[in-house]
Design a protein around this ligand. Structure first.
Ligand SMILES: CC1=C(CCC(=O)O)c2cc3nc(cc4[nH]c(cc5[nH]c(cc1n2)c(C)c5CCC(=O)O)c(CCC(=O)O)c4C)C(CCC(=O)O)=C3C
Ligand SMILES: [Fe+2]
Length: 344
């Protein structure tokens, strides 16, 4: 397979106070998220002047990739399009068509399966291509990379660095706490091939990171940033509730590692550095939050490696875990919205 462009696909975020509500409406349209939750989340963005850090992080990643891809042998023009905010994917795909692009390879800023982390991005790409219509480039998405060393190793180094800031690392009193974005239980159950692909992948990543960073130290997997109506069950426990349980169990030191994410975007800065850190302070726990890969050179070169796998079948598919990944998600893996959409 030959590609003539690279496309970074991400979530998008507001770039100023006036963008916050329209952005949140884009994210939650038809999802039954209560208005009180939107008001609350808008407040989180307002603490940062209405500017999500995710866009700057994607610009940095794109700049790093523009240097790395030619080094890896791919002299491809790079493009960037988002699901929820400018630059919207449709605008980018129209630009690609105007530039004469025929077949692009896309990297999505999530390494996991499920509807939210994978299937919805596939739908976003399909919708953008349909909106552009005649002459829109074909766009292939790179595989899940949750257990790739280029993702696991930067997370592990960050955990080591965070552990190093704690006053005490006695294994009996220290816990690694891994987090990922919670999703509705039904969404996890419908991620395939036999359900729970998202939570299984996140658990596999957490175990791999723990194994590299701190073999023998106990670790837990918990969830953050729950949304949706209260009556709909989402993956639990929440990180804050878990900190309570740990404190009650005599744990004194906690490292929180958001393995569910590739960059320190708003939900990491607010929900962990602010909320979870407050919870820890109230409980008298020493707390350190591990960084995400961001533009770690190993993460950046992983992208080139994933393109190499796709263009040259002789390339080894590096993976530290056991859950198989596929170039094209088989039916039933990252199922569309209909299976789990909550009524508004
Ligand atoms: C699995 C997953 C990831 C990881 C995979 C990936 O990275 O894609 C992720 C990432 C992110 N989620 C983000 C922001 C938001 N997510 C929301 C709401 C939701 N997230 C969900 C899931 C996920 N979300 C779900 C099931 C909902 C309910 C509505 C729906 O069914 O879609 C809402 C609405 C308000 C609220 O929180 O209620 C916001 C503002 C940002 C940007 C942060 C920034 O601006 O820096 C990022 C990277
Ligand atoms: Fe989200």
């Amino acid at each position: 397979m030959e590609y003539d462009a690279f496309l970074l696909v991400s979530f998008g975020g507001p770039e100023g106070p006036d963008d916050v509500m329209p952005f949140l409406e884009n994210v939650t349209r038809g999802r039954g998220v209560p208005p009180e939750r939107l008001t609350e989340v808008a407040e989180h963005y307002r603490h940062f002047g209405g500017v999500s850090p995710i866009n700057a992080q994607n610009r940095e990643l794109l700049a790093a990739l523009a240097e790395e891809l030619p080094r890896a042998g791919f002299n491809l023009p790079v493009y960037w399009g988002n699901r929820n905010w400018d630059p919207y994917l449709t605008k980018t795909v129209a630009q690609m068509r105007d530039d004469g692009i025929r077949r692009a390879i896309a990297f999505v800023t999530s390494g996991y399966g499920s509807y939210s982390a994978c299937g919805q991005y596939l739908e976003d790409i399909a919708r953008a291509r349909a909106e552009v219509g005649e002459g829109a480039p074909v766009i292939d998405k790179l595989r899940h990379f949750h257990d790739h060393p280029g993702f696991v190793e930067p997370h592990a180094d960050a955990v080591i660095a965070a552990l190093g800031t704690l006053p005490d690392r006695d294994p009996a009193r220290t816990r690694l706490v891994f987090t990922a974005h919670s999703i509705p239980n039904a969404m996890d159950a419908s991620s395939g091939p036999s359900g729970a692909r998202y939570s299984d992948q996140v658990r596999e990543t957490a175990g791999l990171v723990a194994g590299v960073a701190a073999p023998g130290l106990p670790w837990d997997l918990v969830w953050q940033s729950r949304s949706g109506p209260p009556q709909v069950p989402w993956l639990e426990p929440d990180v804050n509730d878990h900190l309570e349980a740990l404190a009650a169990d005599g744990v004194r030191n906690v490292v929180v590692s958001p393995v569910g994410f590739v960059s320190d975007h708003l939900e990491v800065l607010w929900d962990l550095d602010n909320e979870a850190a407050d919870t820890a302070r109230r409980l008298g726990l020493n707390f350190a939050r591990a960084a995400t890969p961001g533009t770690d050179p190993r993460f950046v070169s992983m992208v080139g490696e994933l393109i190499r796998e796709r263009t040259d079948p002789a390339t080894p598919r590096r993976a530290l875990g056991r859950i198989p990944t596929h170039d094209v998600c088989p039916p039933g893996h990252c199922e569309p919205a209909a299976r789990h959409r909550v009524a508004s």
